[in-house]
Design a protein around this ligand. Structure first.
Ligand code: BGC
Length: 765
């Protein structure tokens, strides 16, 4: 495979999938918006089956949640990301017949995503009702240089006729119809109603607004200077339009740019429409498709420079890895006001919500390879602290904050609290991510300005939510009742191991940073009202944290009662009854030991020093046997642990399932959007798993071991302002310092000194 091919995602080389799956796979995005790669003639035509649309990060409407029994404190509104009209949409007119009125035949011929330039190339063969055939070629990209821009070039060439073809670019509809209504609660139901006005009645610059959340954004449609198309009023809508004289074999091209601007509500500013229109015009003046593309590609080049993982020995796998990394890059909000949704910006699944997925599964990739992006993602949480504080009080928690389980605007949006709000571990997950970011980057400014506050205020939550036990079983230990851990097939338990261990970590890092800042920045503690007494109290709770353990089986217990329940008969359950959540009442599931996803073993993964390998093996064996992986967040964790246990075949198998999840649609719902956390897990598996990267005090350790099928693995990361490159082969590991000052690091826990002039090359045995 040549170097360039390694970044091409060619339709013909992918396993066959339905239309919606490919729309998701080929979505283009830049963290600000995502555009599904749908049939550009579909629009709102119910004749077609696709699910076109554009998603803007943070742009949602509220839909009232209706409960038969509406208890105090229930989330009252769901935030739903808006499925905006498809900017790719185009209308053709042949022999007086418009394609939006009478469906034309549209056949997808080919698609290719060049992950180096970010350009998606597509070919469709189109036939009019009068049997005139022409080929439509699209080249499009979401700009990574100017995050507001979506750029698309259309080329048309006649296949069996000579004559006039009229092109109309207008958006006759604003509410994108969604063709299927799924019973799957993980899919989003179309429920938002959008309004539109044109900023100046005769230009295709529209303001789209939501009704309940009262948000507005502007989408400006402009042509680029490589073609001239007039704006005219067609059916009372400002439209670009032109009639081309087609001759066979001669393609005609024209390009458009969409400038999408959204003043995020957390900014607390209002949009000046005229200022936006002026700035959109200025931004685009005299720019060609090529110029805009070059600017965007330069940004993507930087991304690959920092973040590529180069695997040799399996070309298809190498490409699959890049596909996952590229999607992560396309998904990540980069403005401090937005995060990464469970589906990125590729589909409406999970209503566009942010979960713990962002901090625990995706953030490490950015923390190590694009720390500036990681900082922005953490800032999003910082900016929603007021909502988290309000929620804590609403839930009767006197101190600290309570981050929502699922959200866009910072408020809780989960309607089923046992598998939602009760997952209070999200507080500790966010704190864990802040700590990792600070330890990897050494960004003390961030710690001082934002991170410390997040850590202290989340830690305070545990002091209020947990308590010192008095009963015999837990006497004098700090316990946390009525929570749900990551495994959503077990709910509302006492002392979920994962939650307690993460809370303990949250408390300990609050103590660590308080003690550190007490000397360097005492004013910070004063500002947050952190006293010596409070530090002592946090410390006492961390030390006294109860961690359930089954002494008979010698395993970490998922919660106080977990091992006493009967085990779900996994092997006797027909394949078509999975995922269980779509077939059984939650209480039926809760009645058994059955895990949707990695739960207790997440702590083995996150705190490797907590246990020796015998303990890890017992935990792994026990929990693997009762885990059904109905969540996409599961397999990779088991894979990493299998690797640590030197179960090479299992580790490899889990890894392959992780990398190929969306390309093979193995969860069956990629059509609703990619599994972004699983994409982050691809990186975790490679770097925390096969390369064995782990943090040490102000340093890092590598314990590499490659699967037999691979020849080498190369990747880069940043550590305290230094860029480091690691190359692992079957025989040796090479560590290079690309930029920055010398440092000491560990290889299989043995210390090495790394300088720019002296790389470290060590044989592996
Ligand atoms: C998982 C959660 C996850 C959510 C969004 C659920 O199926 O159980 O852990 O956060 O999906 O990806």
């Amino acid at each position: 495979m040549d170097a360039n091919d390694a970044f091409q995602l060619h339709l013909q080389k992918l396993p066959p999938q339905d239309e919606k799956t490919f729309e998701t796979i080929y979505t283009l995005g830049n963290g600000h918006f995502g555009v599904r790669a749908s049939n550009p003639l579909q629009g709102n035509n119910s004749h077609f089956n696709g699910q076109p649309g554009m998603f803007v990060n943070g742009f949602y409407d509220l839909t009232e949640l209706s409960y038969g029994e509406n208890y105090a404190g229930y989330a009252q509104n769901s935030q739903t990301i808006c499925q905006l009209p498809d900017p790719r949409f185009i209308i053709f007119e042949l022999d007086g017949i418009r394609s939006d009125e009478t469906p034309y035949d549209v056949k997808l011929v080919d698609k290719n995503l060049d992950m180096r330039s970010g350009v998606l190339m597509e070919i469709f063969d189109i036939k009019s009702p009068t049997n005139k055939q022409f080929r439509l070629t699209l080249q499009s990209f979401a700009s990574h240089a100017d995050k507001h821009l979506f750029v698309i070039k259309y080329s048309v060439s006649a296949l069996n006729f000579t004559g006039a073809l009229t092109v109309i670019k207008q958006h006759p509809y604003i509410n994108q119809q969604i063709q299927t209504h799924s019973e799957d609660m993980r899919a989003s139901q179309p429920s938002t109603v959008l309004d539109r006005t044109f900023i100046q009645s005769k230009l295709p610059i529209m303001q789209i607004s939501t009704r309940k959340s009262q948000l507005a954004l502007i989408v400006a449609q402009q042509t680029l200077n490589d073609n001239q198309m007039q704006v005219t009023m067609i059916d009372d809508l400002p439209s670009h339009s032109k009639t081309f004289d087609l001759t066979q074999g001669m393609a005609q091209s024209f390009s458009f740019v969409y400038a999408i601007s959204f003043p995020h509500p957390l900014l607390k500013t209002t949009l000046s429409q005229s200022a936006f229109a002026a700035s959109a015009e200025k931004r685009l003046a005299n720019k060609s498709f090529k110029q805009l593309l070059d600017e965007s590609t330069a940004k993507i080049d930087q991304f690959w420079e920092n973040s590529d993982v180069e695997l040799t020995g399996d070309d298809n796998l190498a490409k699959g890895i890049r596909f996952n990394l590229f999607h992560l890059y396309q998904a990540a909000g980069n403005d401090g006001l937005t995060s990464i949704a469970a589906k990125g910006l590729t589909g409406p699944g999970y209503e566009g919500h942010y979960f713990w997925d962002a901090e625990m599964f995706m953030l490490p990739f950015f923390t190590y390879t694009e720390p500036a992006m990681a900082r922005q993602l953490l800032l999003y949480r910082y900016h929603t602290l007021p909502q988290a504080q309000h929620r804590a009080r609403e839930m009767g928690v006197e101190n600290g904050v309570m981050f929502p389980w699922r959200t866009i605007n910072g408020e809780e949006s989960s309607s089923y609290y046992p598998a939602g709000t009760a997952q209070v571990h999200i507080n500790a997950d966010i704190a864990y991510a802040v700590d990792t970011y600070v330890r990897v980057t050494g960004d003390d400014d961030f710690l001082f300005d934002y991170g410390y506050e997040i850590i202290v205020r989340t830690a305070r939550f545990w002091l209020s939510y947990g308590h010192w036990a008095t009963d015999d079983a837990h006497k004098d230990q700090f316990v946390i009742d009525d929570v749900t851990g990551p495994d959503e097939y077990t709910a509302m338990v006492s002392n979920n191991y994962f939650t307690n261990r993460m809370a303990q970590n949250n408390l300990s890092i609050a103590v660590k940073y308080s003690n550190q800042l007490k000397h360097s920045h005492p004013e910070k503690l004063v500002a947050l009202n952190v006293t010596d007494e409070e530090i002592a109290e946090l410390n006492r709770a961390a030390d006294g944290m109860y961690l359930p353990y089954d002494h008979e089986r010698k395993i970490k217990m998922q919660d106080d009662l977990s091992t006493s329940k009967p085990v779900w008969p996994i092997k006797d359950t027909p394949r078509n009854q999975f995922p269980l959540l779509l077939h059984y009442h939650p209480m039926t599931i809760y009645h058994y030991q059955v895990n949707k996803q990695a739960d207790t073993v997440m702590t083995d993964f996150l705190f490797p020093k907590d246990q020796d390998s015998a303990q890890l093996k017992r935990d792994f064996d026990y929990y693997e046997a009762i885990t059904v992986h109905d969540s996409s967040l599961s397999r990779a964790i088991f894979g990493i642990l299998a690797h640590r246990l030197h179960h090479a075949d299992d580790a490899y198998h889990y890894f392959m399932q992780t990398v190929l999840m969306d390309l093979s649609n193995s969860q069956g719902n990629t059509g609703d959007g990619v599994h972004a956390a699983n994409m982050g897990s691809t990186w975790l598996s490679l770097i925390y798993g096969f390369a064995g990267l782990g943090l040490e005090k102000e340093s890092f350790n590598l314990s590499p071991e490659l699967p037999e099928a691979w020849s080498s693995l190369r990747f880069r990361f940043w550590f305290h302002g230094r860029q480091i490159e690691i190359t692992i082969t079957q025989l040796a590991v090479t560590v290079k310092l690309l930029t920055g000052t010398p440092l000491q690091f560990y290889l299989k826990h043995k210390a090495f000194k790394l300088t720019k002039d002296r790389l470290v090359n060590q044989a592996l045995n």
